[in-house]
Design a protein around this ligand. Structure first.
Ligand SMILES: [Ca+2]
Ligand SMILES: [Ca+2]
Length: 469
């Protein structure tokens, strides 16, 4: 769930600073420790080695998205931490900075948090750290108690009102239908249809606490988020981590050939301190798309697909002596038919993919990473079905894939199967109706099938609700 409409994180610092400044003037009885430095990063008189504040009066949804402009949708706590010489304490880890949260009035609940909520990250160069609580249900108030390096820093209270009035964990019509509503969600002093109208979009979307993002997202690409899909500067929608986690490969519509904007594979550092600019890794011929990158498990090559018909790889400079581009020669499949979804086995020896077969459906195949004879993994006896998105189990013995069928009319059904990696009996893992609203979600097509096998954990999307099963 994207937290659309939430305050821009870059503005939080300023808002927190204002709160902190107010806190400095009011904190005459606040807990203090160590030196009185006589000044603070915000001006005025510093009251202790830690100064902190929070933004009050939340109008929230358990999914963490915004409800009412001007009111925060998440509880954000900001603090500055100094040493006894009044220098910022830099790099103090999150496990040393945490709050406890206690609901004190109403039916307010904090969703999915342990006894302590830790800082989003270590203190920065100014001694600043933030703590975020992204999901509440019900409405009422909480008391927040901060601890830094083992020393209590006192408490503050916050009023939190959510669209999940009955604190069920999910916003439904049960929250919307009662009139007058249970909660003055917009803080205007009355419970009326204005509050209900704020609830409705979240009730229709069935927003719930499992949609909330925890932690602090760090933007790693500057691709256009509002441009039409497939236009210049937008993401292709697929990516692959390097084995050491320091880089990832992704596709971007980043060239402007006569034939249109073509996807290329690009490399991006995972850590912003390494850099922010994507480095183009592939240069497809004009009018061709490169996509579906798959980083080899030993880290020396990246495989990808070109124009639905070829699997290509190239060695990575510094990791492989061969950095030229190679196209796999694959026999045993229909040439120039839909060939997509490269997935490399954990041992790096085999590629799974899907390919169109004679009846028009798709099947899962495997082929050695050096090319050669393809092996059909899913049988061709099922009629016109569409087997896609193969994923390997960590031990390499099993492949999970997604099959789309049309058992009645035009209503597709999605079924997730597993099958031995050498072929054999299919076993159904999950059956879901096709998600008609998937196109409203840029990544819906991917999120309806991302599977991690072994201890089987699947993530599927069903009409706007995504969750692990
Ligand atoms: Ca509810
Ligand atoms: Ca109201």
């Amino acid at each position: 769930m994207l937290a659309r409409g939430c305050p821009d994180p870059s503005r939080i610092h300023l808002k927190a600073s204002v709160v902190l400044l107010a806190s400095l003037m009011l904190l005459s009885i606040a807990a203090r420790s160590h030196a009185d430095c006589g000044m603070s990063p915000l001006g005025g008189v510093q009251e202790g080695n830690v100064v902190w504040g929070l933004k009050d009066s939340l109008s929230a949804c358990p999914a963490g998205d915004s409800v009412l402009a001007g009111h925060p949708c998440r509880l954000r706590i900001a603090l500055y931490y100094f040493d006894s010489n009044c220098n910022p304490k830099v790099g103090v880890p999150p496990e040393s900075i945490w709050v406890t949260i206690q609901s004190t009035t109403g039916n307010l609940k904090v969703n999915d948090e342990g006894a302590k909520v830790f800082a989003d990250d270590s203190t920065d160069g100014a001694g600043l750290a933030r703590i975020t609580v992204p999901s509440f249900s019900g409405f009422g108030s909480v008391t927040v108690r901060l601890t830094v390096s083992g020393a209590g820093q006192g408490n503050k209270t916050a009023s939190v009102r959510t669209a999940d009035f009955d604190a069920s964990g999910r916003v439904t019509l049960d929250d919307y239908l009662p009139s007058p509503p249970a909660c003055d969600l917009n803080y205007d002093g009355s419970k009326d249809n204005n509050d209900r109208s704020l609830v409705l979009p979240h009730a229709v979307g069935l927003h719930w606490h499992r949609n909330a993002l925890f932690g602090t997202p760090v933007r790693r690409t500057m691709a256009c988020s509002y441009c039409p899909p497939r236009s210049l500067g937008t993401l292709g929608g697929d990516y692959s981590w390097s084995p050491n986690g320091r880089m990832f490969a992704l596709s971007i519509f980043d060239t402007n050939y006569v034939g249109g904007n073509d996807c290329t594979i690009n490399l991006v550092p995972a850590d912003p301190s390494v850099g922010n600019l994507p480095a183009r890794f592939t240069n497809p011929p004009a009018g061709f798309h490169d996509y579906s990158p798959a980083w080899s498990p030993v880290g020396d090559r990246i495989y990808w697909e070109r124009q639905d018909s070829d699997i290509i790889y190239k060695g990575i400079w510094g990791q492989s002596t061969d950095t030229t581009t190679h196209t796999l020669s694959i026999s045993g499949i229909l040439a120039n038919n839909t060939l997509e979804d490269t997935a490399i086995s954990p041992d790096g020896n085999t590629i799974a993919f899907h390919n169109q077969v004679a009846n028009g459906g798709f099947r899962i195949f495997t082929v050695p990473v050096s090319g050669g004879q393809a092996t059909r993994i899913t049988p061709d006896t099922a009629g016109i079905v569409y087997d896609q998105f193969p994923r390997w189990s960590p031990d390499g013995t099993t492949i999970v894939f997604y099959r789309q069928t049309y058992p009645s009319g035009n209503t597709p059904v999605a079924v997730v199967y597993k099958v031995p990696a050498s072929g054999g009996t299919l076993i159904i893992l999950v059956t879901r109706q096709y998600c008609p609203c998937r196109n409203t979600r840029p990544t819906g097509q991917e999120s309806r099938f991302a599977a991690i096998l072994q201890g089987i954990r699947l993530r599927t999307c069903s009409c706007g609700q995504c969750g692990a099963i």
